[in-house]
Structure formats: structure tokens, C-alpha cells
Write a protein of this length. Sequence first.
Length: 276
Amino acid sequence: MKRNEIKEHIQELYPTMPSTVQRVAKYVCANYDRAFLLGSSELASAVGVSDTTVIRFAKILGFKGYLEYKNALKAEYASVQKVYSYLGRLDLTEGDTSIPSYLKSIPAVLENFSSAFDFSVLDKICDTIMEGKTLYLLGLGSDAVVAVFLKNYLPLMGIHCVCVTSEGLSLREKMFLLDKNDVVLLSASPTLLDDERWASEYTKKKSASLIVLTDSEITAQELCADYSVCFQESTDTFFNSYILSMAFCNSLLLRLYERNKATVARTMQEYQNLFE
């Protein structure tokens, strides 16, 4: 399925739709990248129409009902996202793989992220972390790089952290004492691991806060994150560059420092005293 296939179908049928259904069509096209996340009632509420109108919209497009329409949108999104899988990225890597070309692509990736990112979300994440008792940094497999990086610096800001990079029994042992006053920051790839699903479910069971860093809206939705940051690591390589992940982590550290300079200065002085 090609990108925007359903959107193009909506635009083709738009002139023939009743006016109330056209309102739904306009909203979906304007918010197309997130449309698959909305249930029928949520879409109806956002547009200001009845659930019946939303279902009628799906049927006009040729679907049996809203669920079939939503699943088709989700499938389209997933097919586009395959370029972020290892196999999909192999096709991208077959182009210009020179190091100078790769390095030149990085500023554009960062600029696109900076332009699109809602920095109010960063402030909310900072609030959640600062108000929490313990921050659990969870990164499994290659995502461990994010957890380990933050674990090196957050304690210097007076934030108590537990770094969780192991799977199975060890993961459960480290998260055993999680409670409602704690925060879990999970770095997750689009292909979720069973342990990542377990960690998300356990976090919700304990009424703790969950922050998810990922390059897939579907992943963020499936994990039921309180806050999510979704970025596409879109350099032309078959591996995950973590460029945007690390850019976000650095931004997080800077914002936490800006809001807590006195504590950071005191903690870093105490840390330096250990070596004198």
C-alpha cells in the first residue's frame, strides 16, 4: 500500500459527500498522519458530528464500518514505516553510502525535528521527572544507549535513577519496587519486545507515569504512554542512528539544567569533591 492512498481516495470522493461527511473528510485529511489513532467517538467529538456520521464516512469510502477503515489506515501507516525496519533500510543504504554524504544529511534531519517538535511536551516531561521519586530508564537491546547516556548525567542533577537494560527476570527484579510516585522513561523501537510490553503494563498497574521515546506513533499508542516523543531516525542507513534520540536527550538535560541550576551546581560540586 502506497503512502496517502486512502487520503487520495477521500479527496476523489469528497465532492460527492454530504456536507456533514465532508467535515469529517476535511479533518482526516488535515490530520492524516495521526488519523489512525482516533476511535470513532474521538473523531466525531473532534469534528463536532455524530458517531453515525463518522461511520457513514467510512462506508462511503467502501469499508464495512469504522473499524475496517481504521485498520486500513493503520496498515498503510505500517507499510510506510517499514523503511525504519532493518530490512527496509537496506534499500535506502544501496544509494550513496559515502561518509561525507551521510554526514551532510544530519543537519537536515535535526532541522526537520526541531521545526516539528512541540516543546511544551518537553516541559511536561521535565515536570513529570522532577516531581517523581525515582526515574526508571528502560532501554533494551540497542535502545540501551539512550538509558545509559541519561543515567550518566541525571544523577548529577539530583535525580535518582535506576537504569534497566536487561531483559527477562532481571528486568522484573529491577522494576519490582516501582510505585505510583515513580516515572518510567522507555526508549522503544517500532517492533516491540515482549519485555517492553510487560514493562508498560506493569507501569500502568502501579499507577506510575510512562514516557516513551520512539519513532512510531503506533508504538506510543500501544504502550499507552502518558507522554511520547516520536521521531523518525531518517538518515539513509540500515541501522538506527539514534541521532534524534540523542538530540532529544541532550535537550532534556539542558532544559532540566535551566530549571534547576542551583541543585545541579551543588550536586556537581559534591561529585567533584569525591576526587579531591
